[in-house]
Design a binder for this molecule. Structure first.
Ligand code: FE2
Ligand code: FE2
Length: 217
């Protein structure tokens, strides 16, 4: 398939698979299952630093310069998101210095195992970022309902535009590099795998937190 058409088809496919993940968060909001605001922002911290580290890990081992630069940009942007959320927690009276990065979860273990450029674009930029965008929209709705307009503003003005840009950058790079049926099959399988692991991980976290509405990266 022509690669632009492939990316378009992959987006439709991915959007369908995202419905249960994003829908779970909406159900939690509708059910009034809120979760502790501080704990939810600390989950954002953990996700932002994990994605920053992942993208940084891929910079030196990705040969294609435009993809290398995309990961470098992502690593820097996610570090910026960490700082924004950390500053917000500080303003809420939380001692961020006490924050410890949680142990690696199955999703990041899988992501770090990916070695090819097409897999990394499909997983890290195209899929992870679209999950983040969707679940962050829910998280913003939750914050809005609680009157936390400052957190909503930070997500709306800074974090979400970046997450969208990362995702769009991934789509352009995938159209450039997933040019054969074999590479397109690999990209699609990677998207499926990331969504599967993310859905299972988020469901597990939801049980622990008492809500499926918590932020991504
Ligand atoms: Fe991102
Ligand atoms: Fe982020």
């Amino acid at each position: 398939m022509e690669s632009n058409a492939f990316v378009k088809e992959l987006e439709t496919f991915k959007a369908e698979r995202l419905i249960p993940i994003v829908g779970a968060g909406r159900t939690s909001i509708a059910d009034g299952a809120g979760g502790d605001p501080q704990v939810l922002l600390e989950i954002a911290l953990a996700n932002e630093i994990s994605v920053s580290e992942l993208a940084a890990l891929w910079i030196p081992t990705t040969a294609e310069v435009d993809v290398k630069l995309a990961f470098a940009r992502q690593a820097g942007d996610e570090a910026g998101h960490f700082q924004l959320v950390a500053d917000r927690l500080t303003a809420l009276g939380v001692d961020v210095a006490a924050f410890a990065v949680p142990p690696e979860n199955p999703l990041f273990r899988y992501l770090k195992s990916l070695t090819s450029t097409v897999e990394r674009i499909a997983a890290g930029l195209v899929t992870l970022e679209s999950i983040a965008y969707g679940v962050n929209e829910n998280f913003m709705a939750l914050c809005e309902s609680r009157g936390d307009t400052e957190t909503v503003r930070i997500y709306r003005e800074y974090i979400q535009p970046d997450e969208r840009a990362h995702q769009e950058l991934g789509q352009r790079l995938l159209a450039k590099y997933a040019t054969t049926p074999e590479l397109q099959a690999i990209a699609r399988a990677t998207v499926v795998k990331v969504l599967e692991i993310a859905e299972a991980g988020r469901a597990q976290a939801a049980t622990r937190l008492g809500t499926a509405c918590f932020p991504g990266c």
